[in-house]
Unconditional design. Structure first.
Length: 184
């Protein structure tokens, strides 16, 4: 990822942005009333912010569940037994258009219900240190009213889905979540 994200100091014209594909695992961390989200940014577009769940790319040889556990430990400091993750509750294909690249990912979502804890970001990568501006435990009922985008938009529904394994995995389809649109 560094080869792309570290170039974020200057926006690249949309038609010149490099693109890449990967598979990813994401974790919706909740205590039942609040959800842990990170504030992400695009350094090529100062002032732009959005909220995201912990998670990231699946390494070779990892299952989505293994990657979710690893990413959760790296990004939050919380180490959990893989069996504590509910799901996968949903899957989707997403295009992320940033000022310097386009990232296409197939994402698998898990839910972790846990008491709130103190987040430790010491495991953040250099790229995450560049783009992640903070984190918070936000009320699930207020996600739709935040002044900044929340990705994925269906977090509240996915938390509710965690209690209905017969409905897993929900297919969220193809979506775009971009600071610079991938297509017009």
């Amino acid at each position: 990822m560094s080869e792309f994200r570290n170039r974020r100091f200057v926006a690249v014209p949309p038609q010149e942005r490099p693109s890449r594909r990967r598979t990813a695992a994401r974790v919706i961390v909740t205590d039942g009333t609040r959800v842990l989200l990170f504030t992400d940014t695009d350094p090529g577009l100062p002032g732009i912010r959005w909220w995201v769940t912990p998670g990231g790319g699946i390494d070779p040889g990892e299952t989505p569940r293994d990657a979710a556990v690893r990413e959760l430990a790296e990004e939050t400091g919380l180490r959990v037994d893989p069996g504590r993750l509910l799901g996968p509750v949903a899957v989707r294909d997403v295009a992320h258009g940033y000022s310097d690249q386009v990232l296409y990912q197939h994402e698998t979502f898990f839910v972790l219900v846990t008491p709130r804890f103190q987040v430790d970001t010491a495991g953040h990568t250099e790229d995450e240190q560049l783009t992640i501006a903070g984190h918070d435990w936000l009320p699930i009922t207020e996600l739709a009213t935040l002044g900044e985008p929340v990705w994925p938009a269906q977090i509240a529904a996915l938390v509710e889905l965690a209690d209905r394994p017969e409905a897993w995995p929900l297919e969220l389809g193809e979506v775009e979540e971009s600071t610079v649109r991938v297509s017009d």
